[in-house]
Design a protein around this ligand. Sequence first.
Ligand SMILES: Nc1ncnc2c1ncn2[C@@H]1O[C@H](COP(=O)(O)OP(=O)(O)O)[C@@H](O)[C@H]1O
Ligand SMILES: [Mg+2]
Length: 264
Amino acid sequence: MADTLTSAAAPGTETAAYAARIDHVSKAFGRPGAQQLVLDDIALDVRPGEFVCLLGASGCGKSTLLNLVAGLDEPSAGTIATPGGRPALMFQEHALFPWLTAGRNIELALRLRGVPREERRTEAERLLELVRLGGAHRKRVHELSGGMRQRVALARALAQDSQLLLMDEPFAALDAITRDVLHDELTRIWSETSLSVLFVTHNVREAVRLAQRVVLLSSRPGRINREWAIDIPQPRRIEDAAVADLSVEITEELRGEIRRHGQH
Ligand SMILES: Nc1ncnc2c1ncn2[C@@H]1O[C@H](COP(=O)(O)OP(=O)(O)O)[C@@H](O)[C@H]1O
Ligand SMILES: [Mg+2]
């Protein structure tokens, strides 16, 4: 069970003690009488500035939960509050517009946020610098490698200027080295900003590499099984002994969980 905060301010106030509050949320799909319960009574707060990884086997409901926090779907029971406004989202597939350049993809997000036209170019360039893609403004999506596309996708998510960033397995399709570099970049950007991050993954090492807190979801239905606070100093390396040791412990727990609920 997640430890929820007791000193929560009302949603919408500046002093909210959480960036996201998932309050006893359940989600079922299907017609009445033939419903499948996917998420069961999830309670979890993401604190301002916190980096939380939601870890679980594939099919356990991670994306479903993230979509609920993003406001793309409604819970069947319980409530979700994101007092800082609409969260930014980043997926495994970059979802960039292929007919626009890297810079224009970011400028579009700035336009949707209401940034005046004359400021968009400079701001897009600043964001590209932040993800270490300075100079890629005029590159088309097909000219970029997978890692570079995810950097642009991250810059575009940051262009929304949201306090909460939701990430759904954003590096899962990348090779290990590229993923490693992007972990470094994400950790750097997170530590330079006051962003709160809710990051979904099925990769235990990735969760331990990135998070301040790892929350393990069980399967069928998804429930919070256990959580770990991680105080290994950042920047961590995925091959650090402390990261490896904790990953072994969490993997054991995840294996037990998968055995209890059948193979996927
Ligand atoms: N829109 C939907 N309608 C019906 N079932 C869904 C829908 N979205 C997800 N599911 C089901 O919910 C379960 C969890 O899916 P998902 O959240 O994508 O898992 P994960 O992201 O952990 O792999 C799966 O069994 C999936 O088939
Ligand atoms: Mg998913």
